[in-house]
Ligand binder design. Structure first.
Ligand SMILES: Cc1cc2nc3c(=O)[nH]c(=O)nc-3n(C[C@H](O)[C@H](O)[C@H](O)COP(=O)(O)OP(=O)(O)OC[C@H]3O[C@@H](n4cnc5c(N)ncnc54)[C@H](O)[C@@H]3O)c2cc1C
Length: 303
């Protein structure tokens, strides 16, 4: 099922047609407060009142025109200026900033966003996309990190290479958002079984947490896997880490009760709030993560 949904995520015909189907638009609402930024800002305001921070992301990837990438940058500049009150951070995809077209232009766009984030006293995260982009994304991040401290990058525990990427990033005082990984990758480069991915995730936490403490780095565990979070916390606790410095991030609409519980218990919690009309591929990746979500979609077909 996972492979089928991830194949559908990359299918052009479906990407053009599915977003026009009313039941699909109804189903996606579970993971988006709305398509416009205003709805995302309102959701962030509600979460802030309950102790959960926000991480905004405008949906969209693989832009084919640098003018579109420029519009994305301008949008985020406005978002950063408008969201100081909710202390939100932003997360961007390099291919949404033009990486497929011109890496130098993508870097210039990232630099603009890092500056805008610094001016707004916020933080810029770089999403990690499919493995075709891993090396280039890390190159962009390393160059950017040399100029700006308020930038972080996502790393995927399902990739074999991640442990060595961590080793090269640590001396740069990198901020890392650790995810399991959401794309279809071949067995030569990625762990295929959930158990292996989970074990690698925990092993990476065990490697990273002492460094986080020693070098005063930022590590965000971006997962809904509360069993893994609890195991990593026990490790962090043994290192003498405070709850507020143990950061967790989850997606809007998934395990909200757990997000609120962790925030109540004093952990640093952020909710990634996605918005925009380019939700098709992103939404299919959410279905791939939990095929049972398909039942929710099917219910939208009923009157
Ligand atoms: C803040 C954040 C940022 C992310 N950024 C990236 C990125 O830059 N690059 C990237 O490749 N991936 C990213 N991801 C996605 C990530 O890689 C996983 O695909 C996703 O988080 C699902 O895996 P999991 O860690 O929650 O663990 P899983 O083992 O998949 O899930 C644990 C439990 O969480 C619940 N759950 C998980 N997913 C869903 C869902 N879709 N619907 C309903 N319940 C669910 C289920 O109860 C499940 O049993 C991000 C995820 C988060 C939370």
């Amino acid at each position: 099922m996972r492979a089928l949904f991830l194949w559908a995520a990359g299918n052009r015909w479906l990407a053009t047609h599915v977003p026009r189907w009313r039941f699909a638009r109804r189903a996606v609402k579970r993971f988006l407060p709305g398509e416009g930024f205003e709805a995302a800002l309102k959701a962030a305001t509600d979460f802030k009142a309950r102790g959960v921070g926000a991480l905004f992301t405008l949906l969209g990837e693989n832009v084919t025109d640098l003018a579109d990438a420029n519009r994305v940058v301008e949008h985020y500049e406005e978002v950063l200026a408008a969201s100081a009150g909710v202390e939100a951070e932003v997360s961007v995809k390099p291919t949404q900033l033009g990486l497929d077209i011109d890496p130098d232009a993508a870097y210039a766009n990232l630099l603009r966003l890092a500056r805008a984030a610094a001016n707004a006293k916020s933080f810029l995260w770089i999403d990690m996309e499919g493995s075709a982009y891993t090396e280039r994304t890390l190159d962009l991040y390393k160059t950017l990190r040399a100029e700006h401290a308020n930038v972080g990058v996502a790393l995927q525990a399902y990739l074999h290479r991640t442990v060595s990427d961590v080793a090269t990033l640590l001396p740069l005082k990198a901020a890392i958002r650790l995810v399991k990984g959401a794309y279809a990758e071949p067995a030569e480069i990625a762990f295929m079984r959930k158990r292996e991915v989970d074990e690698n995730y925990l092993a990476l936490c065990a490697f990273l947490l002492p460094e986080v403490k020693r070098r005063n780095l930022r590590l965000v565990l971006a997962t809904h896997d509360t069993v893994l979070i609890a195991k990593a916390w026990r490790f962090a606790q043994a290192l003498g880490m405070e709850r507020a410095h143990f950061e967790v991030a989850m997606l809007y609409g998934i395990r909200t009760d757990e997000q609120l519980r962790l925030a109540r218990e004093g952990y640093g919690v952020r909710c990634l709030i996605a918005y925009g009309d380019a939700w098709y591929a992103w939404y299919l990746r959410r279905l791939a993560e939990r095929p049972a979500n398909m039942w929710f979609v099917a219910r939208q077909l009923l009157p």
